[in-house]
Design a binder for this molecule. Sequence first.
Ligand code: ATP
Ligand code: ATP
Ligand code: MG
Ligand code: MG
Ligand code: MG
Ligand code: MG
Length: 270
Amino acid sequence: SAGMAKSKFEYVKEFEVQDTCLRNCWVVVRVDGKNFHRFSEQHNFTKPNDIRALQLMNRCAKNVMKELDNICIAYGSSDEYSFVFHKNSNWHKRRASKFMTHVVSQFASSYVFYWKEFFSSQPILYPPGFDGRVVIYPSEENLKDYLSWRQADCHINNMYNTVFWALVQKGGLTPAKAQERLRGTLSADKNEILFSEFGINYNNEPLIYRKGSVLIWQKVNEVSKKTVKLSNETEEQEVEVSRWRTEPVLLHTDLIGEQFWEEHTAILSY
Ligand code: ATP
Ligand code: ATP
Ligand code: MG
Ligand code: MG
Ligand code: MG
Ligand code: MG
């Protein structure tokens, strides 16, 4: 540090390689649960969608957005979450390793920290792990397509899983038979199986399952009660004070298409 004499060992610092994310580009960090196929079974997740697990993921992502700087939007489904750092961010001099390790460690510690708020009757049996990666997108179009890609993946997986688990849980098929039944089917076929065999209209399934979760910063009005003494002569009074705060707000909406971006132009601008 400044002013201190350098030791003869100082040269080893030069072995660190530069990993600056290209300037003026969007930086995406995606985390994904390690072996959550097993983790979800061992912790008795409801199939195909355990709402507690999704809410916990959203809580963790909210914490990441609040603790780290310059994240303008996040998107999650299943055991994964993507965080977008604004292209103008100079956080940690744009070092990829800093972006990625701060996101993944903050996310993983939050997952354990907040677990019992969502899984009150299910203890956490072992410390879960998450992997992380960094991808740089040089244009707004590439970034929007990235988010659309993750949402399309959510849709495809959720539709498959919804039919698969209906066949297993309600149709009495073995997992192998259900998989066989679904081999080669198109989206329309899956809709038809759900509707004609199980009376399920896929479009009525909850949005959080079908669209995944979006977090963006929005101004929210916070009302709190305060006790004030207006003057020495009067009694203490309880008054309501309201103030605006910028908070990560959760949405379950289409990122695919232009509408979302037209309605939320502030996300990608500064
Ligand atoms: P990897 O370590 O390669 O990521 P993985 O087992 O985590 O392996 P993924 O492709 O990430 O594989 O899939 C995550 C799995 O976690 C899903 O297939 C599903 O079984 C389970 N899972 C995640 N979230 C939920 C949830 N909310 N409800 C039920 N199951 C879930
Ligand atoms: P950054 O996020 O940049 O790493 P930092 O506050 O963690 O900021 P470090 O240079 O990593 O800065 O210093 C870690 C600090 O944590 C120490 O200066 C010390 O104040 C405190 N600390 C860490 N471990 C201990 C410990 N075992 N006992 C007392 N203080 C500790
Ligand atoms: Mg994977
Ligand atoms: Mg995983
Ligand atoms: Mg995954
Ligand atoms: Mg430190």
